[in-house]
Design a protein around this ligand. Structure first.
Ligand code: PDD
Length: 286
């Protein structure tokens, strides 16, 4: 069951007009929210980021957080899996094609759910391959925009090279992955690039840094150079759907000793424990 502009329906019945600005211009923003045991994870943070993305494209939020929470609750209840990932999508609505903002147009709101499958154990045991490539995206990567053509092309470059992710480099520094945030481990220190306009402020990124702080794991939030990426002990990728994964090959060379390292093992366990605590705890914090 999906939600589209006020109605709940099976996805096969969902239709949008071809003049929707999402279809014509990619003029919209989105969120991806994990749901564990039917509880949305970090919903408040995802809704805040949605608000920031909407502000970034100068589109009024069509719903209050309370309304979003209620829609999310209904979608979660209307879908089979206990673990799901929700896709929320808001576009500037339907209007005659003209780049300038249309007047008095109602935004299109779409929510769908898919089963959320944890990354397979084998993959976590071996780690995944990534490539490096130049970050050729725009300068507002902090907005979770639906216009994802650069990300699509960068991710496909990785797939074509037999890898799963592209680690993006801009002017000698790492920004993030094509659809994930990237952490580097160097001299036993967890390094994370600072949030700015060149990367998406990941919700999982925040959790990892919170876990590092509360568990006294040495970490630094600062620019990470290409050299540090290429000589890393460990590389980790994070996202709401992949959680934390070790990157063990970069541009066909082993990262560190080529096996998932101790920082990954520690953070992975802390993340799973944290998830369990939140899921068992009150619904208020999600
Ligand atoms: N993508 N950076 C980019 C470019 C992303 O697309 C994503 C997530 C992240 C990680 O953010 P978070 O931890 O909040 O999921 C970083 C989602 C999962 C997607 O587009 O499907």
């Amino acid at each position: 069951m999906i939600y589209l502009n006020g109605d709940f329906m099976p996805i096969e019945e969902a239709r949008i007009p071809v003049l929707d600005r999402g279809f014509i211009f990619g003029d919209g923003v989105y969120e991806v929210i994990p749901v564990y045991s039917r509880k949305p994870f970090r919903l408040a943070e995802h809704l805040l980021r949605l608000q920031n993305s909407l502000d970034g494209i100068r589109l009024l939020n069509p719903h209050s957080d309370k309304e979003w929470s209620s829609l999310v609750e209904q979608i979660v209840a209307g879908n089979e899996s206990d673990d799901q990932y929700l896709y929320l999508h808001v576009t500037r609505g339907v209007a005659r094609r003209d780049h300038a903002f249309p007047k008095d147009v109602v935004p299109t709101v779409f929510i769908m759910s898919n089963p959320l499958l944890a990354p397979p154990r084998e993959l976590l045991a071996t780690g995944v391959a990534a490539i490096t490539t130049s970050d050729n995206r725009w300068l507002r990567c902090d907005i979770k925009a639906i216009s994802l053509l650069p990300n699509v092309l960068l991710r496909q470059m990785a797939i074509d090279a037999g890898a799963v992710e592209a680690v993006l480099l801009r002017e000698g520094f790492m920004t993030e992955g094509a659809a994930s945030n990237i952490f580097v481990v160097k001299n036993e220190i967890l390094l994370a690039p600072p949030k700015n306009n060149l990367m998406l402020p990941g919700i999982t990124y925040d959790i990892v840094l919170e876990l590092a702080a509360t568990n006294r794991i040495p970490h630094e939030v600062r620019s990470v150079s290409e050299y540090e990426v290429r000589t890393a002990q460990e590389l980790l990728l994070t996202s709401s759907t992949k959680e934390i994964m070790p990157i063990t090959r970069l541009d066909s060379k082993p990262v560190g000793d080529g096996k998932p390292g101790s920082m990954f093992a520690l953070l992975y366990q802390l993340y799973q424990d944290y998830k369990m605590t939140v899921m068992r705890g009150s619904a208020a914090k999600f």
